[in-house]
Design a protein around this ligand. Structure first.
Ligand SMILES: Nc1ncnc2c1ncn2[C@@H]1O[C@H](COP(=O)(O)OP(=O)(O)O)[C@@H](O)[C@H]1O
Ligand SMILES: [Mg+2]
Length: 234
């Protein structure tokens, strides 16, 4: 079954004289358990796509179905609830709680989801067991990003949206972070949507969608996923 379906979706901004079609007739399906990489230069519409897919932003025209349910006409309260229950987010910045340690940050995520989870196991999935009692200022950027992955995983989301998850990281650390994302997909089955302008990252996914000027201009199915450590960076 398709987890997400986007049908003829447009998002048009009216700032200044000419309208910007940030999304220009997008058709897209994502299956449960897939790792999909969305690639495109800055300004191509990646973040807008993510914001519409995740119900943070409304579409101008078109339909988005999540597990067959139309989310484009849900009330604000319902959509907020839907986001909280089913969706996980990782951004370039980590947005962690500085006064809490690793374990406690992940616990905060678990409480959002209200499902029973094994916090220790999730911390282990992202390779942070030796650091679980540390505070954020005691961790490197890559480690902090792995805390944010663990926090997002702790609510057992159906899908995780990763917007430039390695944007602030160097190659070595970035690859470790990507490995955590892939491991989480393999162990927990979480669908992963990874947005990036780094073309090398395309190889870690099952499918790559390339965006340009609000359109999906190319779709590639990878024969097999490449492990993050083996990709070409940049
Ligand atoms: N709130 C907004 N108001 C007006 N234009 C916007 C807004 N958000 C995005 N855009 C425009 O939509 C296009 C796509 O932006 P965005 O989705 O952020 O691209 P990307 O994430 O690929 O860099 C850009 O031309 C951007 O300027
Ligand atoms: Mg963006």
């Amino acid at each position: 079954m398709n987890l997400i379906e986007m049908k003829h979706v447009y998002k048009t901004y009216h700032a200044g004289d000419v309208p910007t079609h940030a999304l220009n007739n997008i058709d897209l399906t994502i299956k449960k358990g897939e790792v999909v990489v969305i690639l495109g230069a800055s300004g191509s519409g990646k973040t807008t796509l993510l914001n519409c897919l995740s119900g943070l932003d409304t579409v101008t025209k078109g339909t988005i179905l999540f597990e067959g349910k139309d989310i484009t006409h849900m009330s604000d309260r319902k959509i907020t609830n839907f986001r909280k229950k089913y969706l996980g987010f990782i951004f370039q910045t980590y947005n962690l709680l500085e006064h809490l340690n690793v374990y406690e940050n992940v616990l905060v995520g678990a409480k959002l989801g209200k499902q029973k989870v094994d916090i220790e196991e999730i911390i282990d999935t992202v390779g942070l067991t030796p650091h679980k009692n540390k505070y954020m200022h005691e961790l490197s950027g890559g480690e902090q990003q792995r805390v944010s992955i663990a926090r997002a995983l702790a609510k057992k989301p159906e899908v995780m949206f990763c917007d430039e998850p390695t944007g602030a990281l160097d190659e070595e650390t970035g690859k470790i972070v990507l490995e955590s994302i892939i491991e989480a997909n393999e162990k927990l089955g979480t669908t992963m949507i990874i947005i990036t302008h780094n073309p090398g990252i395309a190889e870690i996914g099952d499918r790559v969608l390339r965006m340009n000027s609000g359109r999906i201009v190319e779709e590639i199915k990878n024969k097999k996923r490449t492990r993050p450590k083996d990709i070409t960076w940049g």
